[in-house]
Design a protein around this ligand. Structure first.
Ligand SMILES: [Zn+2]
Length: 250
């Protein structure tokens, strides 16, 4: 089955459930940002041959801009909203970044694969069950990693970690506000805040401009640490995110 996803973590989820029965094309490639990426002609060709498009469905810019065109290219393709059933936080599209939400996404993916290919239902459901167990283990591990942190506030350049923070009782302090770069005045306030809170680390998504984050880090005599919201190996990545966050709080 040929399927399309918007971002790499979705590709991981679809492959975990679909195994060798799916061929996945990712629209936003490694290193690109789903806030700004535009599809190539080659990718739109892949779309025209696909059976399913798995939308993140939470308001990712790529989808807001290109979904109507994508639907137009392939009208018989099943469009699946992976975020169906997820409790959204305001305008935050980064729903996949908590294991609990990932489980909902994986279930939605499984239902769609079963719908399109009912003959292999048992195969998909068995794969799903074992991946859901991995996600439960991950969740337990993250709770363990973060359990002894008393001051649970972290400073982040691009606010991708709202769902993660909600799940694990952390507070994300973003440099960007509403997806926009801060004003000079906003930056000064933020640097004061970092000093006041005694935060020494600014967490940065590798897809974003690191120069400004470095400047902020320098002014608080701190450093930048990368947290990747889009890595393919979801379980390993979120474990590493939890460890890095734990290292940047007190
Ligand atoms: Zn983002």
């Amino acid at each position: 089955m040929r399927v399309i996803v918007t971002i790499l973590p979705q590709a991981e989820f679809v492959e975990k459930v679909g195994g060798e029965r799916v061929h996945v094309t990712v629209m936003v490639p490694p290193g690109a940002s789903p806030h700004t990426y535009e599809p190539t002609a080659r990718q739109l060709m892949d779309v025209s041959k696909a059976e399913i498009y798995f939308q993140v469905g939470s308001g990712v810019d790529f989808e807001l801009t290109f979904m109507s065109k994508i639907v137009e290219i392939n009208k018989r393709m099943l469009i699946v909203n992976c975020s169906e059933g997820i409790q959204m936080i305001g305008n935050d599209p980064h729903v996949w970044l908590s294991p609990r939400n990932a489980k909902i996404i994986v279930r939605n993916i499984c239902e769609a694969l079963v719908q399109v290919d009912p003959e292999n239902e048992d195969y998909y459901r068995e794969n799903m069950r074992s991946y859901l167990e991995e996600l439960d283990d991950l969740d337990r591990e993250i709770r363990e990693i973060l359990k002894n942190i008393t001051d649970r506030r972290f400073m982040v350049y691009h606010p991708a970690w709202g769902y993660f923070a909600r799940e694990y009782n952390l507070t994300q302090i973003p440099v960007e506000k509403e997806g926009k770069e801060p004003t000079v005045r906003g930056l000064m306030a933020l640097i004061d805040q970092a000093r006041e809170l005694n935060r020494r680390v600014i967490f940065v998504s590798p897809q974003f401009d690191r120069k400004k984050a470095e400047a902020i880090a320098e002014s608080i005599h701190g450093k930048i640490v990368f947290l990747d919201p889009l890595a393919k190996d979801y379980v390993e990545n979120l474990r590493s995110v939890a460890l890095k966050l734990a290292g940047g709080m007190n």
